[in-house]
Ligand binder design. Structure first.
Ligand code: IMP
Ligand code: MG
Length: 183
């Protein structure tokens, strides 16, 4: 039987560690947004696993919505071209506090574009929560407000993150063997 695990060089963040990271983020977000109208905006598809766990770690009432933008195709590097594939269903109103939920902040191009277009809808606030942050790869000046883990410059998959749409269902975050995308 073909095992996805065979394509993984090393496990970077275990299932247990992911659980702790998400619990801590959920607690902090619940405290910070107490009494406010919170809308979690998940960026498809990479953040769905994180979103599913994070929303259950948040103990205050909140809404969820999804956006889909294209940035990568099947490559391992950002093209800089970002296109909206699916917009929010939610009408952003004056009192809305948007929290963008992302899998990984890499070059920052995708999120900086997304933050800009959402900011034009005049929410009360707009912040970013990313599970992973690769600061070494940043090309635009952007910082996340909530970061699960800072990781080195390596291509990672699992817990929602893909390479060519594969490996999203691995329950941990692991470094992909370069031989997988170099062949
Ligand atoms: P950015 O625009 O360069 O910040 O890219 C963000 C998007 O690129 C993420 O939402 C991911 O879909 C993808 N991405 C960046 N780095 C990785 C990685 O190491 N593994 C899988 N996807 C990645
Ligand atoms: Mg992706």
């Amino acid at each position: 039987m073909y095992m996805m695990e065979n394509d993984i060089e090393r496990v970077l963040i275990t299932q247990d560690k992911l659980k702790k990271i998400v619990e801590e983020l959920g607690e902090k977000i619940s405290r910070d947004y107490e009494g406010k109208e919170l809308i979690l905006v998940s960026v498809l598809k990479g953040s769905v696993v994180f979103m599913g766990d994070l929303m259950r770690a948040i103990t205050i009432p909140c809404y969820i919505d999804f956006m889909s933008v294209s940035s990568y195709g099947n490559e391992t590097r950002s093209t800089g071209v970002v296109k909206i594939i699916k917009d929010l269903d939610t009408n952003v109103i004056d009192g809305s506090n948007l929290l963008i939920v992302e899998d990984i902040l890499d070059s920052g191009r995708t999120l900086s574009y997304l933050k800009d277009i959402l900011a034009r809808r005049n929410p009360e606030s707009i912040k970013i929560c990313t599970l992973l942050d690769k600061p070494d790869r940043r090309v635009v000046d952007l910082k996340a407000d909530y970061v699960g883990a800072v990781i080195p410059d390596a291509f990672v998959v699992g817990y929602g993150l893909d390479y060519a749409e594969k490996y999203r269902n691995l329950p941990f975050v692991g470094v992909l063997k370069p031989s997988v995308y170099e062949k």
